[in-house]
Design a protein around this ligand. Structure first.
Ligand code: ADP
Length: 399
């Protein structure tokens, strides 16, 4: 059975076609600059790359091009669209309506549209991707997999803010959490690797990429997470500020003459590693070669690692201990300096990182970087959000 996974952004659309028998990727690619001049589709299969430059004024045309590429003589991998059993869509915000993946029906699309106010940047392109696929493949079942769903098990004490309860009820202001598919995937991998029942494990999963979030997982279920009402809360990230006193908004508006939109744009796009370093949001630029010759690069990365350590301590307290810390995503999988500084000097918690194993950690596979006498396992686990979406799609359509 082959499942097409779609992750639609405002001007991009990433896809993977996965054969579920062995869970291998048959083809993948992405459409870029949808609705902008110079749009192109990059399609990869069998180690070959094909680039198609053609105008893609909207997501419907983009999906048509993807399906053409998947079925074409030149670079196709299936004879016709009937070979694609189902489509799994990433949907960023499920609000309190979805605590699990769901078969997409007109009611589900309506509900996702109602949730646009909670995710104005993300849900609209996700919905465009779904509607475009529905047009091109009207008879193929589609499943929505929500970034927020894994976090739906958080207790009230973790997801409520200290604002009037009525405003939570009326305006839906609460912590939702994001990156759920990644936290769910690495949690499953860690449980399998540790070979213990989920209900005996307390795991802290650190998804560190351009956007970063940390989750506390007890008995296989999320009990707390660092991102909040939006992905702005938590760690300082590539360009997002992370936790900040809300009153800063007043100073920014008054002193920089920002509107609310300009303030949010600043907090989302000009802060974090980019703002602190003044150089780049990309951890490669900040850590590789002689990047630390610039002390502000080092300062930015040290603040990031310090913030991770903060959350590890906080979540160990919340769970009454921790058995395993997982590092994943672009930075988590590739930046030993961050992992080391997030874990060093935490012997009181039973956390002891092995410097050598951390430095020489193999890429693309699960690695244990904890010292022999560390009570807490420290694992590096490559994430695979597309595979979670494909597995969830298979589970829901039950084929
Ligand atoms: P996104 O949130 O966009 O999915 P990723 O998980 O791909 O992000 O992470 C992007 C971040 O990971 C960037 O800051 C990038 O510098 C970092 N990264 C990716 N690969 C490497 C690498 N080989 N070495 C160091 N950093 C890396």
């Amino acid at each position: 059975m082959k499942i097409l996974v779609i992750n639609a952004g405002s001007s991009s659309l990433k896809y993977q076609l996965i054969d579920m028998q062995k869970e291998n990727v048959i083809a993948k690619g992405q459409c870029e600059r949808i609705g902008i001049k110079g749009s192109l589709l990059t399609h990869k299969n069998n180690g070959k790359e094909f680039i198609f430059k053609k105008d893609m004024p909207n997501h419907v045309i983009a999906i048509q091009m993807v399906l053409e590429a998947l079925t074409s003589k030149e670079c196709g991998v299936v004879k016709n669209m009937e070979e694609i059993s189902a489509v799994g869509h990433r949907v960023v915000h499920g609000a309190e309506d979805y605590n699990s993946s769901v078969l997409i029906t007109p009611d589900v699309i309506k509900c996702c549209k109602e949730n646009i106010e909670l995710a104005p940047l993300h849900n609209p392109p996700n919905i465009m991707g779904i509607e475009a696929c529905k047009k091109a493949m009207p008879n193929t079942p589609m499943v929505g997999v929500f970034d927020t769903a894994f976090h739906s098990t958080m207790p009230e004490v973790a997801y409520l803010y200290g604002i009037p309860y009525e405003d939570y009820k009326q305006l839906r202001i609460r912590r939702y959490g994001f990156h759920g598919t990644s936290h769910m995937f690495v949690t499953g991998e860690a449980i399998r690797y540790l070979d213990k029942p989920a209900d005996q494990l307390k795991i802290i999963t650190c998804h560190l990429g351009n956007g970063s979030s940390i989750t506390a997982v007890k008995n296989g279920k999320c009990v707390d997470t660092s991102m909040g009402f939006t992905p702005l809360e938590g760690l300082p990230m590539g360009t997002r500020c992370g936790n900040i006193d809300a009153a800063v908004v007043e100073t920014l508006c008054n002193k920089k003459d920002f509107t609310i939109n300009e303030t949010l744009n600043y907090l989302n796009k000009k802060c974090g590693m980019l703002g602190l370093s003044g150089v780049s949001s990309d951890f490669r630029d900040l850590t590789m070669g002689n990047a630390f010759d610039n002390p502000r690069n080092k300062l930015a990365v040290d603040i990031f690692a310090y913030s991770i350590k903060n959350y590890i301590g906080r979540y160990a307290a919340v769970m009454n201990g921790c058995d395993c810390i997982v590092f994943t995503a672009g930075v988590g999988e590739n930046t030993p300096y961050v992992r080391y500084n997030a874990c060093v000097d935490m012997e009181y918690l039973g956390v002891k990182i092995d410097k050598d194993k951390n430095e020489n950690c193999p890429r693309g596979e699960i690695a244990d970087i904890s010292a022999k006498d560390s009570k807490v396992k420290i694992l590096v686990i490559p994430t695979n959000e597309e595979l979670v979406i494909a597995r969830e799609t298979k589970r829901i359509v039950n084929i």
